[in-house]
Each structure stands twice: as structure tokens, then as C-alpha cells.
Design a binder for this molecule. Sequence first.
Ligand SMILES: Nc1ncnc2c1ncn2[C@@H]1O[C@H](COP(=O)(O)OP(=O)(O)OP(=O)(O)O)[C@@H](O)[C@H]1O
Length: 181
Amino acid sequence: MVIFLGDFMEEKIEVLFRLTPTYVGCGLICPHIVNCSVLFEAIISWGFLWSFIAQHAGDWYPTDLGSSDFKGSILIAVNPFTKLPHLYNMHMMDQYKGAPFGELSPHVFSVADASYRAMMNEGRSQSILVSGESGAGKTETTKLIMQYLTYAGGRSAGDDRTVEQQILEVSDARAVIFLPK
Ligand SMILES: Nc1ncnc2c1ncn2[C@@H]1O[C@H](COP(=O)(O)OP(=O)(O)OP(=O)(O)O)[C@@H](O)[C@H]1O
């Protein structure tokens, strides 16, 4: 599940994770939910979670969202367990670049594009939450989001390196700092 949280601050996301036991609790309090299909259960449970947040989050819940309306975007992404290169190639990125949200079919590039444009238009950091159980495809989905963002970002004037190269170089630096051999 990919959720575009807009310009939620990092600490707000931490609160979200702390609230996650509520999501588990929903299944215990309402046993019929756990009998639903996995997808349906996930949708209902996240609905409960967001409802809970809207009601109890108080001061950290962004005021511009109102108290019961989620302005961001949720994408249900299903792991295909097979390579689907035609869905994630340059042509698809071209299609989604700048397209109004919801105009084209649901796609992780659509979420990434909305995030990128919000960052550019509002000049504020944006957050995308990728959630799911082990093996759901979070890592692959995150890589696709990074692939799109590096494509959308291009390269800055006077810098021959692409954004992708710069990110890879930072990753190398972090690997050296945190994972010395
Ligand atoms: N979009 C995709 N296209 C093709 N295969 C995929 C895709 N997403 C996931 N997979 C397949 O599913 C496997 C597990 O995906 P992934 O590693 O992203 O899961 P995860 O949610 O990060 O798991 P964990 O939480 O255990 O780290 C991948 O190795 C890949 O084979």
C-alpha cells in the first residue's frame, strides 16, 4: 500500500507507526474483519486507522486536512510476482509526468509524480509511506518511486551527474560509514 502523505513532518509519521497497534487491535475487537479477504481487510483496517488518527491525533494532525478528511492519496499495489517491464519503462514515466492525479490508471508513478509536483509547487518536503506485510513488494515499490523521482528530477544546472547517480553516490557513502567491512 502506497500512501502519499504530502508534507507530513517526520515526527508525525513516527506517531503513525506508534498507532499501528490500533490497526492490529481492530482485527481483535471486530473478529469479522479478519475473515475478509486480505485486500478488503487492509482497506477497512486502514480506514479505521485513519479514522482513529482523525479523531484522536489532536495537535499533530495537519489542520489543513480538516478533522475527518484525508487529503492525500492511497494506492493499493499488488505484488505481481513476475517482471512487468512494460508497466515501468520510460514510456510509462513520460505518460505520468505532469498528468493530473486520477486521470490515468492507478500507478505508483502517479503517486510519485504527485509528490514531486507538490514539492516543486509548494517548496516543501513531501512524504510517501509504503506499507505492507513481508514480501508485499515494499522494497520493489520504493525502488520504482526512486526511479521515477530521479527521472522527474533530471540534473541540476552545472552538474553532469544525474540525480540517480548522486543518490547512488550518497548510498555508497552511507554504506562506508554505517557498514564498514
Ligand atoms: N512490482 C514488482 N514487480 C515484480 N516483482 C515484484 C514486484 N514487487 C515485488 N516483487 C517480487 O516480490 C519479491 C518481494 O518483494 P520485496 O522485497 O519488495 O518485498 P518487501 O515488502 O520489501 O519484503 P520485506 O518486508 O520482507 O523486506 C521481490 O523479490 C520480487 O521478486
